[in-house]
Ligand binder design. Structure first.
Ligand SMILES: Cc1cc2nc3c(=O)[nH]c(=O)nc-3n(C[C@H](O)[C@H](O)[C@H](O)COP(=O)(O)OP(=O)(O)OC[C@H]3O[C@@H](n4cnc5c(N)ncnc54)[C@H](O)[C@@H]3O)c2cc1C
Length: 376
């Protein structure tokens, strides 16, 4: 087939990863991002070995390693007694086993590395898509600024509130889970005496939604704290809304001293309600196709949302560039066959928050290589 112009709606983690992968495989691409400029929002991102392996293949791994931390172990503990219930060796052990380590970093550092790998003339900022229409085998986008663009096919990488998804399936609101997440970053030197600061540690509460997680950022100079709890009255979804530090400390006041020591060091915290959707039966229609949160938003309990978006991006690019496919429809079918089952399984598993709570084998998630996974 001739090289089509692939539009990508959304320049987040999945959209930028798709742009890099498509260009690497010789495709023509243009990204439409609603934000007028890329900003440093969000606190952390925990990238498990499967995600890092996919990002290494995009050529951004070295840039990520400049600021990322490499947690030594992934530890689960009882939230109240501190008793250890699971421990996986990460860092070099994960690198040997899965071909990549776990990396934890500021979310903005990931986005900066991805953005730097896409030529500026492939990204159109300030383009908020408000209407998507398939006309004569092409896709037309109308933007909030009154302009329009036409592409041969459009990848919906526009997150949980995707307009591309709405164009395909009609309006349907994400579901509020009744759970909120707190996120805070604390300088490590405020936590002198705390154990396992170089590890990913999760303290599990008495209900699945109640947990405190800690891991290093910024090559260990900062410690990230993530905590979740049911709170049905708070429904604001935001990367930047402040929470109440006193409330955070109060909620986990019966947690083990090691978890509380981290919370007590927080001076500010962000708070967001968590939303999800159910797995979809199909991800494409005509020349529209979905990836990342637009296709499968999930609870953050397995830390797989961004990882799955990057895996999608790589596999989708491979399908579009596959010389034995003679139409985009074949590419979409192969992409969906390769990805839908895995992401749906992770989407469902993420809801129960039991991943690696006791012992466990992470291989089915971590030992996935998006660059060589078979295209069925
Ligand atoms: C609290 C929390 C913690 C998380 N922690 C982790 C973690 O540690 N590890 C992990 O792997 N995942 C994590 N996730 C999940 C992860 O953040 C998402 O899965 C990931 O960001 C999805 O990437 P995406 O590119 O699909 O969507 P998004 O990151 O939402 O990006 C969508 C992009 O599209 C743009 N856009 C939206 N609408 C339009 C429009 N109409 N026109 C043009 N552009 C548009 C947006 O501005 C944005 O740039 C977490 C999620 C939450 C809520």
């Amino acid at each position: 087939m001739n090289t089509p112009l692939i539009g990508i709606c959304g320049g987040g983690i999945g959209g930028l990863a798709a742009a890099i992968a498509l260009r690497k495989l010789g495709q023509r691409v243009v990204v439409f991002e609603q934000a007028p400029q890329f900003a440093r929002v969000g606190a952390d991102i925990n990238l498990t070995p499967n995600a890092v392996r996919a990002l290494d293949g995009l050529g951004v791994g070295d840039a990520l390693r400049e600021t990322a931390a490499r947690p030594a172990f992934r530890i689960s503990r009882d939230g109240y007694t501190g008793e250890e219930t699971s421990r996986l060796a990460m860092s070099s052990a994960a690198e040997e086993k899965y071909g990549a380590p776990q990396l934890t970093m500021h979310r903005a550092d990931l986005l900066t590395a991805l953005e730097a790998a896409v030529p500026a003339d492939c990204i159109k900022l300030g383009k908020k898509a408000v209407r998507i229409e398939q006309v004569d085998g092409k896709v037309r986008l109308d933007f909030a600024d009154g302009s329009s663009e036409t592409v041969d096919a459009l990848v919906g990488a526009d997150g949980i509130h995707s307009v591309v998804r709405t164009a395909m399936l009609g309006p349907e609101q994400p579901q509020f889970t009744g759970v909120v997440a707190y996120r805070a970053v604390v300088p490590a030197d405020r936590l002198v005496g705390c154990v396992d600061l170089d590890c990913f540690t999760k303290w599990w509460g008495d209900r699945p939604e109640v947990q405190v997680v800690s891991f290093p950022l910024n090559q260990g100079k900062d410690i990230f704290i993530f905590a979740t709890t049911p709170q049905p009255e708070w429904q604001l979804e935001s990367w930047t809304a402040p929470g109440d530090v006193a409330e955070l400390k109060e909620i986990y006041s019966d947690f083990h001293a090691d978890a509380r020591a981290r919370l007590n060091a927080c001076t500010e915290v962000l708070k967001s309600a968590l939303y999800i959707r159910d797995p979809l039966p199909h991800w494409y229609q005509g020349n529209l196709v979905l990836l990342g949160d637009a296709a499968h938003p999930m609870m953050p309990f397995m830390a797989q949302g961004a990882g799955q978006a990057v895996e999608d991006a790589v596999v989708l690019a491979r399908c579009i560039a596959e010389p034995s496919f003679d139409s985009l429809q074949q590419a979409w079918t192969a992409y969906q066959n390769a990805r839908l089952e895995r992401t749906s399984r992770i989407q469902i598993a993420s809801r129960s928050n039991t991943w690696l709570k006791e012992g466990g084998n992470a291989d089915w998630v971590y030992d996935y290589d998006a660059w060589s996974a078979p295209l069925k």
